[in-house]
Design a protein. Sequence first.
Length: 478
Amino acid sequence: MCGISLVLHSSAKKNDKGLISRSSGYNDFMKDSFTAGMLRGTDSSGVFQIDVNGKPYISKLPLPGVYFATDSSATGILDDTDESPITVGHVRAATAGKISTDNAHPFTTKTRKDGSYIMGVHNGSLNYWKFDPTSKDYDVDSEWALNLIAEEGADAFESIEGSFSFVWWDSRHPEALFFARNDQRPMFLLRSSDGRSILGASEAGMLSWLADRSSLNVETDVYTTEPGKMYRVDTRQEFLVIEDLGTLPEAWGRSRNTSVMTPAPLGNPVLKDINASDWNEAMRKLRDGPDKKPLALVDDHYDEWDFNGDFYNEEKMENTRMNKLIDGTKKALALGRKRLASDDGVPGEEEEGVYGADAWVSPMYQPPTEWYSNEGTTKEERELAFLDGSYGVMVTYQPVAFDDDSAEVVGEILEPGDARNALAYIRGANIIEYTEELKDRMVQAVIVGVANIINGEAEYIVSPLTEEGEKGVLALVA
């Protein structure tokens, strides 16, 4: 398993120096994505960037992301994210080939006869590629596949088997970035509010969280590319759209149609209006492909991080902001991806940080248990929340009214998208508390139970943050 992150900007408007001028928050987003992405891979890290003149830059090292992002070979690139049309990062969990600089992503392919080439990254693991006669030239399945794409274009996908999400740049089209994936690997996209930038990542929750952390103005919906299709983003356009280039060849039983060039929106939001009757199936399809392991993190390398080893430079860890980001990332991503496991099949009420096997695809943040209270909920209500993976997920909650009869605040969840517009209650409230602290305010709260399931739709119970929780949030985003 690997991870991809990216930032795209429209190059249609430039400043007096002929450069794109966007928020420096995009630089922070890319840098932080290497630390947050460590849950998906710690063996190597790399980045490539295309400037406004179509000139490529690349850096890669056999280092975990947190160290790569502070290495001088990478910072020169990452600090120009706000001025460059295309920046793509990658973290690697090695599945084929030894851990080395050469085997780190991105890969630059062999030069074609016309002198052109492609540069790209891959998330996934391929099967049967060693049977191809040309595979002897490559140590890594990803490099073999990207060279095949460079030679054969979309037809290469007739020969590519296994899990994949590819993102690549072609020197024949220096203004564009290309995407292709199957249903075993994700690619999530988030568009800026002005439509002139696109953020991308392999983790939907990480994407939203880092955008907010970097103070970027973005849309609320997270999108995904459709599996089995090839897409292109042309950064020359003033407002960025993803162009559907048609379905991939017949490996998925779809007809070939790689000439379609109709501009289209980013697609349907994947974190909105999910039919609750198909909840589990939808979550399974949206989630990454590898089987989850009971009581273990998805990434085998997580427990092998050696922050005390001689190999790493501990001086780089002295930065307070970086330490907070690492801690927040572990909580936001790692805890949310653990499996339920107990003797009776129900998570123990005293077990901190154990969340459902069907955890939401985009928890904004899953906080420590001392940040909220589940008083006033029944064991059955808590178990229902555990089972759909919503227990302990932090949400943005909009109080609407106070119910005198039940002493409950009635409102709706605004974020994350998995439960947008879902009805939710605060138990044990009073009219004074509602009027002085909740009315006409959006607040951060934590889901602690499922009150009802009506026509397949869940109604939740939420807990406002405790005083310790409010302090924790302030410390996290500081």
